[in-house]
Design a protein around this ligand. Structure first.
Ligand code: ATP
Ligand code: MG
Length: 282
């Protein structure tokens, strides 16, 4: 894996990709990683539903992709620096956007955007649309990813989704990433062992957490999860994902958790980018 990993979360519709992207981004940020999250789904713009208090500040990913040329300053200008989370920035479609809001963009533009993103943040997470091919940015992210977390639900709908869409990803250009299948939103009583066998290669799962469903409903996903058995299991799943992305860093920062939260731990170069993101640079 390169130093600046590009991580994709993809899978069946409604399987918990967006929720897990937010929780994984927060976990990485707590380990001092400067994380840029790209929400590439134009069908249901997510950012305004995750941080409603900052929706008015948000600039659209669609507009960024349609600019005549693309530079790092543009990427920073369009990324939303999150209040209270100095290591996190979000980039996504804006509330009210639809498929005709912006001009078409090229495959090269999608490659340029993801390449710039990797040069800007320590970790780039891409929350992908389930559709393959119709959303160019999601498709290119699947091609360029270092790791693809593939979300499965324990139901027939998810099996049908994969029966239709996995053949589209059999092309050689999608074979570079390490692919990690995950059973997601697993509810009590669901036969996850049977689905694990069908899917194959399942190392861990993300359980259904009632409090998480509530956070999603109330646009409070940035809040910490209240303690509970299911919440602990969910966070263990997120930690597992994090160890697959930044194994050494997780071990190191376990030894020195205090340093992880200190302001001095932010690399000066990235702090400058964050100031730019916030627009408070003199
Ligand atoms: N682990 C979980 N615990 C509780 N509810 C969950 C969990 N994961 C997903 N959900 C439920 O599923 C819904 C969809 O989650 P989310 O938006 O993250 O899925 P998605 O895969 O991003 O969907 P889409 O395909 O529409 O982008 C949530 O609103 C929530 O109700
Ligand atoms: Mg989603």
């Amino acid at each position: 894996m390169s130093n600046k990993p590009l991580i994709v979360l993809w899978g069946s519709p409604n399987s918990g990709k967006t929720i897990a992207t937010v929780k994984l981004a927060q976990a990485l940020a707590a380990h001092r990683k400067n994380v840029l999250v790209i929400f590439s789904d134009a069908l249901c713009p997510s950012v305004a539903a995750i941080v409603p208090g900052q929706a008015n500040e948000q600039k659209s990913l669609g507009e960024l992709l349609s600019l005549p040329s693309l530079a790092q300053e543009d990427l920073l200008h369009y990324s939303l620096a999150l209040k209270g989370s100095p290591h996190l920035a979000f980039l996504g479609y804006k509330k009210g956007d639809h498929v005709f809001s912006y001009a078409d963009y090229s495959r090269e533009r999608a490659v340029d955007l993801l390449t710039l993103a990797r040069h800007t943040a320590d970790v780039v997470l891409v929350d992908c649309a389930s559709y393959v091919s119709s959303y160019l940015l999601s498709t290119v992210a699947l091609e360029l990813a270092d790791v693809i977390f593939r979300f499965h639900n324990c139901d027939l709908k998810s099996l049908m989704f994969y029966a239709s869409y996995l053949p589209l990803l059999s092309d050689a250009r999608f074979q570079h990433a390490e692919t990690i299948p995950i059973l997601s939103n697993v509810k009590p009583g669901q036969d996850n062992r049977a689905y694990s066998q069908v899917v194959g290669g399942i190392q861990f799962l993300l359980p259904h957490v009632a409090a998480l469903e509530q956070q999603s409903l109330e646009a409070r996903l940035m809040d910490p999860l209240p303690p509970g058995k299911d919440a602990t299991l969910y966070q263990e799943g997120i930690s597992h994902m994090m160890r697959l992305i930044i194994p050494e860093d997780v071990q190191k920062s376990h030894k020195s958790t205090a340093a992880a939260t200190s302001k001095a731990s932010v690399a000066p170069w990235f702090r400058k980018q964050l100031e730019l993101w916030r627009g408070d640079r003199k």
